[in-house]
Write a protein that binds this ligand. Structure first.
Ligand SMILES: Cc1cc2nc3c(=O)[nH]c(=O)nc-3n(C[C@H](O)[C@H](O)[C@H](O)COP(=O)(O)OP(=O)(O)OC[C@H]3O[C@@H](n4cnc5c(N)ncnc54)[C@H](O)[C@@H]3O)c2cc1C
Length: 330
């Protein structure tokens, strides 16, 4: 058996279930996938939405869906409490998404379960001992790694976009459970979440899940140029906008869109970057992208070293011309 922590995004959930399915097919004595869906409630999410999501999970190979209702304002701690209790009673590997929420849950779980944890994994294969052998890269893709994690409940955070989702319909058993603990009371007596203010969301796809990302760096030059050049190019592809830390420091774009070591790691099919020099702290977050296209006026910029295609020139001239050309072909 393997646990999969269900995410809000169906796309990411399908990828996690596919990775789990591949694992159970090849690992000895681990025939089934248990999807754990931690949601606020009961009665916060309507029955139809729940039924739709369960059907979706069945199509991607969840043999069992455990719906666990937790305190509405502490979903992270609720997931940690419930997964830890499940895994203590029934040890098995746990797969979560390598997004901010998933990695926080994974790290806390690793401590709770005294278990090994592999972060930001891009591929998974079973290990003969019942653990995982995982692929990843370090130092800006200079080294590719295969790492193994052991213990009764090894934990893996899988990078969204790295394992293509494949349908695998199965019969699914659904069980609803009340949370094992009220995490706000039991887990964090010194810190209590009293409210959430939802982040302002763009209509564009989520940065970590977008198939196309247009990244802008300091070379873009101003907040206005993001609105005039970077966002329209992203929208042409139905893609997301990402930025470097320097852009965030300049206050040209929100920090939630930062890519890199201290931001979001991405694996889109296409990453177009504009006016980005290619510091290791940025490239480490983009090297697993499918195709990387660079526009930069410095032919010696480091970013060309990881690019599949490059244009040397002023982005303020090239991007409008590229935009017009692309639009005429669409
Ligand atoms: C601990 C730590 C963590 C960090 N984490 C991150 C992180 O997560 N993400 C991140 O991005 N950075 C991070 N950084 C910052 C990182 O080191 C770099 O400073 C940053 O990535 C550089 O951003 P940039 O490429 O936008 O700017 P620059 O390095 O200033 O590059 C701008 C580029 O634009 C080009 N350019 C200028 N004008 C034009 C033009 N008109 N047309 C075309 N090209 C043009 C220039 O030739 C240059 O190559 C971190 C740094 C530290 C110390």
């Amino acid at each position: 058996m393997v646990y999969v922590l269900v995410t809000e995004s169906n796309e990411t959930t399908a990828e996690l279930l596919t990775a789990a399915q591949n694992w159970v097919e090849n690992a000895p004595a681990s025939e089934w996938v248990r999807a754990v869906w931690v949601i606020p409630g009961p009665d916060v999410i309507d029955d139809e939405t729940i039924a739709d999501k369960v059907r979706f999970m069945a199509a991607y190979g969840a043999h069992e869906v455990l719906i666990m209702y937790v305190n509405e304002v502490t979903p992270v701690l609720g997931a940690v409490d419930n997964l830890a209790t499940l895994a203590k009673e029934n040890p098995a590997p746990i797969i979560v998404a390598a997004n901010p929420k998933g990695t926080e849950i994974a790290a806390r779980l690793a401590v709770r379960l005294n278990s090994g944890y592999l972060a930001d994994v891009t591929g998974l294969s079973p290990d003969r001992s019942g653990g995982f052998s995982a692929a990843g890269s370090i130092f800006g893709d200079v080294y590719e790694l295969t790492t193994a994690v052991f213990g009764p409940s090894p934990i893996v955070a899988l990078r969204p976009g790295s394992v293509p989702a494949v349908e695998h319909p199965v019969d699914t058993e659904v069980r609803e459970m009340v949370a094992f603990a009220d995490s706000a009371e039991d887990t964090a007596p010194d810190a209590r979440v009293i409210s959430f203010t939802p982040a302002v969301k763009q209509a564009r796809p989520h940065l970590a899940q977008a198939k196309v990302v247009v990244g802008g760096g300091r070379g873009v030059g101003s907040a206005e140029a993001f609105t005039e050049l970077v966002e329209p190019l992203a929208d042409l592809f139905g893609g997301a906008v990402g930025v470097t830390r320097d852009v965030v420091d300049e206050d040209w774009y929100l920090g939630t869109y930062q890519i890199g070591q201290t931001g979001v790691s991405i694996s889109p099919e296409l990453y177009i970057n504009l006016g980005i020099s290619g510091a290791i702290q940025h490239t480490v977050g983009v090297v697993t992208s499918g195709t990387i296209v660079t526009i930069n006026n410095d032919e010696d910029a480091e970013i060309f070293g990881i690019s599949d295609f490059g244009v040397v020139g002023d982005l303020h001239e090239i991007v409008p011309a590229l935009f017009d050309e692309l639009r005429s072909r669409m």
